[in-house]
Design a protein around this ligand. Sequence first.
Ligand code: C2E
Ligand code: MG
Ligand code: MG
Length: 690
Amino acid sequence: MTDPTDTRDTGPRVGTPLWAFLAGITVIGFTALVVAMLRLDAVLLVEMARTPLFWVLAVLVILGELRPVMVSSATAVGGTYPSTMFTFAVLLHLGLPVAVLMQAVAVTMNGIVTRRSWHRVMFNIAQSTLALTAAAVVLGTFGIVPSPAMPWMPTGAHLLPIALAGIAYFATRATLVSGAVALHERRSIMRVMKVTAGPQSLVYAGLLGLAPLVVVVMNHSPGLVPLFVAPLAAVYFTATLSMRRDHQAMHDELTGLPNRKMLIVSTEEALAEARQEERVGLFLLDLDRFKEVNDTMGHPVGDRLLQMVAHRLTHSVRPGDVVARLGGDEFAVLLPSIRDAHAAREVAARLRAALTEPVRLEGMTFDMDGSVGIALYPDHAPDFELLLQRADVAMYLAKEGRTGVELYQPDKDRNSPERLNLLGDLRRAIDNRELRLHYQPKVSLGTGTVQGVEALLRWRHPVRGPIAPSEFVPLAEQSYLMRQLTAYVLEAALEQAALWWHTGLRVQISINISARDLLGSALPEQLEVGLARYGLPPTAIQLEVTERILTGDQAYTQDTIKALATLGVPLALDDFGTGYSSLIRLQRLAVSEVKIDASFVRRIAESEDDARIVRSIVDLVRSLGLRSVAEGVESDEVAMRLAEMGCDVGQGWLFGRPLPAAEATIWLRDHSESGDEVEFGYQPEVSRSA
Ligand code: C2E
Ligand code: MG
Ligand code: MG
């Protein structure tokens, strides 16, 4: 939440409701100020100015006005000034005119020091004057009307009027500030109050509650009053600290934008507040080819670029809209109220236009672009999770079709309610680390040595029992979850690889990744960081991508594949034979291994056609200088025929089923030739010549 009065030099546009509100409050507040001043006896004031008490208080009020005790709730940040304690004390002891005068002087002085805009200073004077006036009126109804001539001394019998005056003071300030915020962000004032009032009231209770004690001490010995600075400082620092912590938990460090957590809170708020005739829009925005910049220019430049993007995005939306960073080069924009799909598209186009303005960095010009997916409430989804999911489907369409902006279209979404349920369960399973990796050996058909293992996901659903990866992986592939799933698998596999490699079992682990993982730029970086962290060489793992990536638009995937090749991580082409890849594409792709799909392999003993297909694939793969791996080898006969054909490696139940890590370790030790120090792994020449 931004401070609506903090519009610096410009201020709200003349004629807007916010302007009218601020102007109205300022006029009313200054009228109250003038009325109070008329009641001030100048002679008495001059007399008072000769007492040390007056100056002690004046200094404390001014100092207390310097910095607000920031209070933050999930979405709102509001300031409460420590001076409140002293102005309230002055109000109780010396009456309204002196209190508002001191307050006005303090606000003005600090406005000058901190170079706030004049209309902000005036609004602050007005609202604190009104709050003090409200408190004075409450005291007046109890017959308490202090003045410099007749200072008032509170006693234990006056707790009720003091409490009510404090409440009137707080209620006035909270209403005025929340009103401005509500108008600024086009939200209902009740909602704004709900999120701000709780934490604010605590700080106010602390500040106002001490005021009567200040008066008592003041009366006893003015010199002791500065001691109140100590508890005040304590309140100040704890509040600031907790606010900073809250802020960190809810914001992205690099860009300062709200993070996913905060986006969830804001979206849920927006959904609860949504008016009938309007929509809530959730955009997902992904930068295109950010990776290139990051790679060629280095991370510091990449970071600056992201900060720039964040800046541009936040300045392309209206106040009250939320721009969040979800991670990497992925951003989300929440529009709490938008008329219709057409208007949403317009905003999306504006965001893209802001992005495509060339960026100058380090003397170079970058042309940025991004793809935006739009989902609307209530048209497309009833809650945050689904909205994000659908914005993601749309974003994916925009990226694939290179259209830039896409609105969610149900007929292009293959997610049924059951699938979405499962997707939700999968997300929880990832969060709760319920997924396990099993490992299946790959064995040289010539020598019988182990060539590596393939990591395969296993999920035991708490209700439905085991669910096959062929059921949930394609589901995840169509959603933003894939990124998390792959990150999870990567982490688990690297951890296992480290366990094996650092105990002498140098076995290469193949990890399955999806074509979608190659669209983003996160994978190579994750791998690089992970390998370094576990002290592993790049050949400790291999990535398997299905042949289908060859059929899609390769412009995007090519970047990531290049980055992986640079890293030295070998790549295998999985399920070969099921797609329609051309030879040229196969050669262009930096793969070192081709895995022939089990659907052909299984039948080579019975069907001559399948045998011919497999043989020609094996020949083709060898002529390209690559290694061939047959999947789904279940019988000796199949293994023998494959060996005859010159296929390098076999994988299948004949050699070993996918095993949990502990059992796989035992299996690997049993099948290593000379105990601990055997090197498994990548040795295509050996197996080929054998
Ligand atoms: P894939 O990568 O082609 O994996 C080989 C599949 O064949 C595995 O199925 C494996 O259990 C199965 N298999 C191995 N030997 C035999 C055999 O002799 N006979 C038969 N009938 N099947 C055999 P699984 O584990 O059900 O995985 C299915 C697919 O799910 C995988 O196909 C892969 O595309 C995907 N997948 C599995 N784990 C992951 C993962 O961690 N990430 C991603 N992105 N995809 C995964
Ligand atoms: Mg595979
Ligand atoms: Mg396969």
